[in-house]
Design a binder for this molecule. Structure first.
Ligand SMILES: Nc1ncnc2c1ncn2[C@@H]1O[C@H](COP(=O)(O)OP(=O)(O)OP(=O)(O)O)[C@@H](O)[C@H]1O
Length: 274
């Protein structure tokens, strides 16, 4: 299902947090939102999953304006992994994942056998099956993040919006979660801070700068040394990934000089000792 963002503007106290953002995601496309802290990424995403009403513009899911839909109708199409979705109640992991089915249930209607299978599959894919009976509040940050991802997956969304899904995840789980996004089917709009992960995952990237799209396009077109210097204010080296060709952003810490090329020592240990 396609996702359309037209002229999205969020203004708070006269300050434009997002300004005239326009973007169309084709069905199944994965688009990454990247940009410096405070550039408006989460604010734009919040308008898509309706935690925030924009000051201007329209968000369309499958051609329908979300502002004209009930929240339940939206939740049947759009699932969100948000920064703020943390529970105050110590539900079990099983219960939290099952909450993903809420938009499809009425009252206390129990899960069907197919829905229980769906939950089990999502828990297996996110490597949390062994945590099923644990209270959510007792989990580590990465474990809890994976529970929230499983909950979004069992919603079987046609559009998935994810705000920093790799937050707290170790490299194995980062790769597993983003790899699953690539093979899973829903249209995805995902905020990522790690530009290399964004390049590996996304069909296109949108670079936000002060609420505006500074660049939009395939990662190899967008992630240039010049653009990263302009938008993020850092000097980096961009090289193609040796296997995939995706752009990889390399950096050095301030004050660290490039390594001197070492002069090969032609003497053998035997020669040295003689
Ligand atoms: N309700 C609000 N009232 C005033 N300012 C806000 C509000 N919500 C967000 N902002 C400001 O809007 C700007 C954009 O915030 P947003 O969270 O969208 O940035 P972001 O690009 O997601 O940043 P980060 O990379 O740090 O997560 C920030 O300067 C933030 O302080």
């Amino acid at each position: 299902m396609d996702l359309g963002i037209e002229g999205l503007t969020v203004t708070v106290d006269g300050r434009h947090l997002v300004q005239e953002l326009g973007l169309t995601l084709a069905s199944g496309e994965i688009v990454g939102l990247v940009g410096p802290n405070g550039s408006g990424k989460s604010t734009a995403l919040r308008c898509v999953y309706r935690a925030l009403k924009p000051s201007g513009g329209v968000v369309r899911v499958g051609g329908d304006d979300v502002a004209q839909m009930t929240l339940r109708e939206t939740a049947r199409r759009v699932a969100a992994l948000t920064q703020e979705a943390q529970s105050d109640f110590d539900f079990t992991v099983d219960e939290v994942v099952a909450l993903g089915r809420t938009p499809f249930k009425s009252g206390n209607e129990p899960l069907t056998a197919a829905e229980r299978d769906l939950c089990r599959d999502a828990m297996r894919h996110t490597d949390i099956a062994h945590l099923a009976d644990r209270g959510i509040l007792s989990l580590s940050g990465g474990e809890r993040q994976r529970v929230m991802i499983a909950r979004a997956l069992v919603q079987e969304p046609q559009v998935l919006v994810l705000d920093e899904p790799t937050n707290h995840l170790d490299i194995r789980h980062q790769i597993a979660v983003l790899g699953r996004l690539r093979g899973s089917g829903p249209t995805c709009l995902v905020v990522l801070h790690d530009l290399n992960l964004a390049a590996a995952t996304c069909d296109r990237l949108v670079v936000l700068s002060e609420g505006r799209a500074a660049a939009v396009g395939p990662p190899a077109d967008v992630l240039t040394e010049q653009l990263i210097a302009e938008v993020f204010g850092v000097d980096v080296t961009v090289v193609p990934h040796p296997l995939t060709g995706d752009p990889q952003v390399l950096f050095t810490l301030p004050g660290v000089e490039a390594a001197q090329q070492s002069v090969p020592d032609t003497e053998t240990p035997t020669e040295k000792s003689e």
